[in-house]
Ligand binder design. Sequence first.
Ligand SMILES: [Zn+2]
Ligand SMILES: [Zn+2]
Length: 126
Amino acid sequence: MLFESVVEGVWATGAAEVQLRGECSRCLEDVEAGLAVELQDLYLYPGKESDDEQAARVEGDLIDIEPLLRDQVVLELPFAPLCRPDCAGLCPQCGANLNRDPDHSHPAGADPRWSALAGLIEDIEE
Ligand SMILES: [Zn+2]
Ligand SMILES: [Zn+2]
């Protein structure tokens, strides 16, 4: 971070690298990704007037960049994180992870949700 003293306060600029942890929106596997964010904000000296009630302020001799960092990270967050761009997702029938089992398929009519019904039909036919 670079801190420059200006008339109203301290102008902070810098960059931060954060480590994100989430869940793939398709296959629900854990996803970890690095995110680089640019930070810049003006920290007003105590007592300085501002139109912005949320304006960041110098507190004592300290500057708290955490809220700034959090805001920037939230802005940059992907809406639907993916473990990889071509994630195959989950099997809609049994929930198997199709990335691990690309040839995964179900024989026609073997959907477990229908098996009870199939048994019933067999009973009727007998
Ligand atoms: Zn995935
Ligand atoms: Zn399946």
